[in-house]
Structure formats: C-alpha cells, structure tokens
Design a binder for this molecule. Structure first.
Ligand code: HEC
Ligand code: HEC
Length: 157
C-alpha cells in the first residue's frame, strides 16, 4: 500500500513537471515572436523618421548600397524588409544586418539574401515559360520556400 501511494505521488510530480515545461515552452515561443515584432518596429520607426520627406524618392538615391531593389519608392524598401524578408524567414532585422550600419555587407546572410533574390527571379522566369500553366501571374516569393523558417523544409513533417 505504501508503495502504491508513493508511486501515485511520484506520477503526480512527473505529470505536473511535464505540464509546467509545456506551458513554459508555449510562453517562450509566444514571447519570442512578440519580441521579434517589437524589435522590428523600433528599427522601422527609426528608419521611417530618417527618410522623412524622401519616402517617394527612388530607393537607390535614399539608401547607400542597394544593388537589386532599385527604382522603387524608398518607403517600399522598409515594407520589403519587414514583410517580404523578415516575416518570410521568421527573423528580425539583425539576422542579416549590422543594425548600426544598414548598408554594411558584413553579414553573410545579407549576401545570401541577394543571391536568393536572383534565384527567385530565375524561378519566376522558368515558371512563366511553362506555357501549360493557366495562372496569369504564377510566381514564387521568399515565403514560398521559407514559410517563416530560416531553413526551408525539404519534406513534409
Ligand atoms: C534575409 C535578410 C534580410 C533581412 C531579414 C532584412 N534585410 Fe534589410 N537588406 C537585405 C539586403 C540583401 C539588402 C540590400 C538589397 C539590395 O542590394 O538591393 C538590404 C537593405 C536594407 C537597407 C538599405 C541599406 C542601405 O543604405 O543600402 C535597409 C535600411 C534595410 N535593409 C533595413 C532592414 C530592416 C529595418 C529590417 C528588419 C525589419 C531588414 N532590413 C531585414 C537583407 C535583409
Ligand atoms: C526555391 C526555394 C527558395 C526561395 C524562393 C528562397 N529561398 Fe532562401 N533558402 C533556400 C534554401 C534551400 C536555403 C538553404 C537552407 C539550408 O541551409 O539548408 C536558403 C537559405 C537562405 C538564407 C540563409 C539562411 C541562414 O542560414 O541564415 C537566407 C538569408 C535566405 N535563404 C533568404 C531568402 C530570401 C530573402 C528569399 C527571397 C528573396 C529567399 N531566401 C527565397 C530556399 C529558397
């Protein structure tokens, strides 16, 4: 009988430990994505302030080292960085940037992102050459592959 009781108490302890750890894992993912959003907002608000009055000027005249994302209103760069890049990979700006110097190319992730833009462009061309596809604007974006992850899945989970 004594053994049974201690077994019961032991199971209760294990069970509550599992509950606690699941709960904290849940809170962790939640607050992680909250803090990513909060960080991005601080950077974007500061940059919006910095380009005030120049939002509609050609992007390449407002920023220092745009090699690909030229000939668009400067403000568009910020939404591409936020929605197009960061959200597609599920990261904040510092994954690709030294946030003290946005034009710097010191992070390999930024260099890779430029190559990824070329890769996406080539895939878009290939898709538009498949005459049998009915859609007018069949396309791929960063999100098509990344789906909120840094490393895209190669198989269904
Ligand atoms: C996946 C990588 C990646 C992420 C994440 C990312 N960026 Fe970028 N960013 C780039 C690349 C690549 C360029 C250069 C594009 C080009 O050459 O046309 C760039 C350029 C910029 C520039 C222009 C700098 C200059 O003066 O030349 C700014 C400003 C910028 N990003 C801000 C941000 C902000 C703010 C965030 C977060 C909301 C962010 N980026 C997230 C890759 C990234
Ligand atoms: C056709 C699918 C595909 C598309 C479209 C795509 N990527 Fe990728 N990306 C990959 C693969 C695969 C890797 C390599 C992952 C690994 O390390 O195994 C990768 C890696 C990366 C990395 C390096 C990840 C790291 O370790 O930090 C960055 C940054 C990146 N992609 C950004 C982008 C951006 C920005 C776009 C849109 C302009 C984009 N990708 C579009 C498939 C894609």
């Amino acid at each position: 009988m004594k053994n049974l009781i201690s077994l019961f108490v032991f199971s209760l302890v294990i069970f509550s430990l599992v509950l606690i750890s699941e709960k904290s894992a849940f809170n962790k993912t939640n607050s992680d994505s909250d803090s990513v959003e909060a960080k991005k907002k601080i950077y974007i608000d500061a940059l919006k302030e910095q380009i005030k009055g120049k939002e509609q000027l050609p992007s390449e005249t407002v920023f220092k080292d745009l090699q690909m994302l030229k000939e668009m209103p400067a403000e568009k760069i910020l939404s591409i960085m936020d929605k197009g890049f960061s959200n597609s990979l599920g990261v904040s700006c510092e994954h690709c940037h030294n946030t003290e110097d946005w034009a710097s190319n010191e992070k390999k992730e930024k260099i890779i992102a430029r190559e990824m833009m070329k890769l996406s462009g080539q895939i878009r061309n290939m898709i538009s050459n498949i005459k049998e596809i009915d859609s007018e604007n069949a396309s791929v974006s960063c999100y098509t592959c990344h789906r909120g992850q840094i490393i895209p899945a190669t198989k269904p989970n």
